[in-house]
Design a protein around this ligand. Sequence first.
Ligand code: CAA
Length: 376
Amino acid sequence: MIELTAAQENVRVRALRFSEERLAPRAADRDRVGEFAAEDLKALGRAGLLTVNVPVAHGGLGAGVVSYVEAVRALAQGCAGTAVGMMVTNMVAEAISHFGTPEQRARHLRPLCAGEWPAAAFCLSEPESGSDAASMRATATREGDRYRLNGVKAWITSGGEAGVYLVTAKTDPAARAKGVTAFLVPAGAPGLSASPPEKKLGLRSSVTTQVVLEDCLVPASERLGEEGEGFKVMMSSLDGGRVGVSAQAVGVADAALAHLRAAYERAPTAELADALARSQAERDAAWLLCLRAARLKDAGETLTQQASISKLYCTEMAGRVCQRALRAQGAAGHAALGGVERLMRDARVMRIYEGTSEIQRLVIAREALRAGARGA
Ligand code: CAA
């Protein structure tokens, strides 16, 4: 649709091959039993595909955001659950690359980029604070040259599997966003534990747990950014993360489109032509929105609104395309082995995680007001 550079095309082709050869054949089984693809994620790491948008100087592939969304789209076509592990890892790795000290990069980024760890985890939400992230209750109390962390983080992708946890807690519990500070906590740190995995509607091969912090002592040298800057670290990371979820949704829509095309080939009815045409058009529009946000990020521009527009449209589009593919298959569509019902469950989760559709609308509307006030 839009020409890729040779480097971007190289990432796309490698990710697609990996997806077709290693992820797609096992996706249905992994979904059924909720198996985390640790070895595949490490193999992606060794191939540079866990940290596509981390600069080469910091150990990453340095291939940029357009390459990153191409990789996510390709992996999600094969197994959207495994793609989540890759996406959250890239998001945390970017945060460490951008906000971290050279020592933090050496401790945490190097093993992630080398594929020694299967994943990194992003710990923002809590049982009582999901959409209103600034109302978090976890605390970080300074004690000399370390912090004591207490609290519970919820819906954590790769909990119990990650090599490093990017955790937010309040250093000033009376404040909202300005009281939040970010920390890097290595797996195995005393006082950090993960609950058993949640039983989920979709993205089941991505492990999701609570992460519990009980008197977890973290050296001050593991603070990511300054005290009170943690909310901005997380929000700016989520801008990029939402572009990744957009690409994941387009990947799932691509997989559903293959089912729709097959149905139309079997029975070329006007109804199926309509379903296929609408789905293809909406998928292409979604991908363009995703690429627009990716290019803004590659150019170092602010992308808050464009990332939310992209996530809102791409994830809702994926739901519609999966719905049509399910309907086109008739009775076979809802059968667990057919594949479309898994795609539909996976697509539904994407309208919830990394900010619900309602939160994306809130962000888009707020940014529209700000642009209006600037006369833009
Ligand atoms: N980039 C940088 N800074 C940002 C920002 C962004 N995108 N968004 C907000 N900020 C800054 C603001 O500028 C502000 O700082 P100043 O006062 O210095 O200007 C500060 O952060 C507070 O911002 P707001 O006043 O806008 O904060 P708010 O409390 O009104 O909330 C919100 C904003 C958009 C609703 C936010 O809470 C939000 O995005 N909520 C959804 C959270 C979410 O997506 N959670 C998903 C968790 S991750 C996940 O899904 C699991 C996983 O494993 C990946």
